[in-house]
Design a protein around this ligand. Structure first.
Ligand code: AP5
Ligand code: MG
Length: 207
């Protein structure tokens, strides 16, 4: 099954994609993770992406489309995948239509106020990328999965978060209508516990 996770920053796309991918044994293709890895490794793409990401803006379509096209052509995507964070603009969605057949689009809906709280409290593992929220850490500063240090993402600082939300509403939200027209959209309430959200997504995928 080829699935898209659509939703604002902090909606839980990454958290849920990890779980659903493990349950369905398919890869999670997170464009945000790919770009952050490129920045860490200092590749040409990483250098290009950095100023956009730090400002909470989208990386140009032509940069990201080629990356996804190449990634989806890999062997491990043959049995399906979850796209987490792509497409994010109508031109990206139109490009995707030329090289992939999507079966289902899950829209994770959460109010902006909840999102600001989630993002400002998010901590991620520097090594394995596992995601936590301060409220679940009870003061712990290392990753429960691999023991490495937990850090705050650069773009989770308050002013950048507000920018990312604005960019979502202006440039990505139009995709809801785009996929609704194709009959692929399933809306899931993302403002419930992580386990309940997981179950709601599984149910929507089976429907
Ligand atoms: P990306 O990394 O994709 O960031 P994003 O879309 O802004 O989304 P996030 O990763 O911030 O949120 P999420 O929905 O994954 O939430 P999470 O599960 O972590 O992109 C980063 C940047 O890269 C972009 O700004 C852009 O510059 C660039 N980029 C990426 N893709 C691009 C593209 N296609 N085109 C152009 N540019 C692109 O959860 C958030 C927090 O909430 C965590 O702390 C988590 O523990 C907590 N949480 C999760 N679920 C729940 C729940 N049910 N209840 C309570 N807390 C919860
Ligand atoms: Mg994410």
């Amino acid at each position: 099954m080829n699935i898209i996770f659509l939703g604002p920053p902090g909606a839980g796309k990454g958290t849920q994609a990890q779980r659903i991918c493990a349950a369905m044994n398919i890869p999670q293709i997170s464009t945000g993770d790919i770009l952050r890895r490129a920045m860490k490794e200092g590749t040409e793409t990483g250098l290009k992406a950095k100023s956009y990401i730090d400002a909470g803006q989208l990386v140009p379509d032509e940069v990201i489309i080629d990356i996804v096209k190449e990634r989806l052509a890999m062997e491990d995507c043959r049995g399906g995948y979850i796209l987490d964070g792509f497409p994010r603009t109508v031109p990206q969605a139109e490009a995707l239509d030329t090289f992939a057949k999507i079966d289902s689009v899950i829209e994770l809906a959460v109010d902006d106020q909840v999102l600001v709280n989630r993002l400002s409290g998010r901590r991620v593992c520097v090594k394995c990328g596992a995601t936590y929220h301060l409220s679940m850490l009870n003061g712990a500063t290392t990753c429960a999965a691999c023991g490495e240090e937990l850090i705050q993402r650069n773009d989770d600082k308050a002013e950048t978060v507000l920018n990312r939300l604005k960019v979502y509403h202006d440039q990505t939200a139009p995709l809801i209508g785009y996929y609704e027209k194709k009959g692929l959209l399933r809306k899931v309430d993302g403002d419930q516990g992580v386990d309940s959200t997981f179950e709601a997504i599984m149910k929507a995928l089976k429907a």
